[in-house]
Design a protein around this ligand. Structure first.
Ligand code: ADP
Length: 351
């Protein structure tokens, strides 16, 4: 059984083909700079033409979709109705969903009869309790405009749960764990009895931990101050919060390797602020979970930097809780979810 996974970004298309009998990648291609000035590749459709795989030999294509809103809480077979709903959801994730949808449209055009399934980054968090996902705002903002915490990186947190269960020889539903996906984007997740009950990213991926270029938690009144008193326009504020803050804003680099090499005062401060934030979330999630079976580090930073892991897990935090490092694999998780979807749908004439 061969499952392909497409992760379509605004200027990139990542394609992986898995042999699901071995979980191995049998073909992989990353096409970048799509539509950029001086790039020979003008469109996602043209990018897909560069994939040297006969799509008729594939069982399913899984597509990564960042935001599923409240509507999509599990892998979903893509048809015209789903495409229309994804178009409606565009405003919730303007940076990601349009590009994800573009990948879906070009793949549907190229292989109209192939089963294509959308797998959502928000889905793993869709069963969070209301007290976790509601902000203490005027209730109407939730009711009318769906402003709430959705959480992201769900595919990664879900993969980490499965791998932790394997390593600890337990069923997923037996586990209470804290998963930390620390990459350029970063999020923490509290998993109770195998389900996400809280996570650090929110309505958008901006909330929570200090990231490469995103600020994470701040006083929301700062945004008003920037606009009202500093005269910064909406797009400028957006750019500052998402692209010029976090580690980059604090010390001039978003890459932990550079920051550790720089070893100046601001770089040390950036690491102090970043690790302290993760520590605070771990403490909060320990309180929510009461029993914690493992704390799991992942993502480029979590997997590779023993120093950062040690800075976060200083000796008084979670003394008796096992700390694990697991390399995440979001594409394999998407492929697995597609396979599970096919199995569950096979009774209903899934083609
Ligand atoms: P993304 O969120 O873009 O998928 P990754 O999960 O690949 O990002 O993480 C990228 C980050 O991982 C880099 O910015 C870098 O800070 C960090 N990283 C990668 N390798 C190392 C390493 N050996 N030591 C410390 N940090 C690393």
């Amino acid at each position: 059984m061969r499952v392909a996974v497409i992760n379509s970004g605004s200027s990139s298309l990542k394609f992986k083909l898995f042999d699901m009998s071995t979980n191995e990648v049998i073909y992989s291609k990353v096409i970048e700079k799509i539509g950029e000035k001086n790039s020979a590749i003008k469109s996602h459709s043209q990018a897909l033409e560069l994939i040297e795989v006969d799509l008729s030999t594939i069982e399913i294509i899984g597509h990564r979709v960042v935001h599923g809103g409240e509507e999509f809480t599990k892998p979903t077979l893509i048809d015209d109705g789903v495409i229309r709903k994804l178009e409606e959801l565009m405003h919730l994730a303007p940076l990601h969903n349009p590009a994800n949808l573009e990948g879906i449209l070009v793949a549907k055009q190229k292989a109209p009869n192939l089963a294509q399934v959308a797998v959502f980054d928000t889905a793993f968090h869709s069963e969070m309790p209301q007290e976790a996902y509601l902000y203490a705002l005027d209730f109407e903002l939730y009711e009318k405009h769906k402003i709430r915490k959705y959480g992201f990186h769900g595919t990664s947190h879900s993969y980490l749960l499965k791998e932790t269960a394997k390593e600890l020889n337990k069923e997923e539903h037996e586990l209470n764990i804290i998963t930390l996906h620390l990459g350029n984007g970063a999020s923490a997740c509290a998993i109770k009895n195998g389900k996400s009950i809280d996570t650090s990213m929110g309505f958008t991926p901006l909330e929570g931990l200090v990231m490469g270029t995103r600020c994470g938690d701040i006083d929301p009144a700062i945004v008003l101050y920037m606009q009202r008193d500093l005269g910064m326009g909406r797009d400028k504020v957006d750019e500052v919060l998402n692209k010029k803050s976090g580690l980059l804003g604090l010390c001039g680099s978003s890459d932990i390797r550079n920051i550790l090499a720089q070893d100046d005062e601001r770089s040390r401060l950036a690491i102090d602020i970043m690790t302290r934030r993760v520590k605070k979330y771990i403490g909060a999630y320990m309180a929510l979970l009461s029993r914690v079976d493992a704390i799991v580090f992942s993502g480029g930073i979590g997997e590779n930097s023993a120093y950062i892991r040690e800075r976060i897990m200083d000796k008084n935090l979670a003394k008796d809780i096992p700390v694990m490092v697991i390399k995440t694999n979001e594409e394999l998780e998407i492929a697995r979810q597609c396979l599970a979807f096919k199995d569950s749908e096979s009774k209903n004439n899934f083609s």
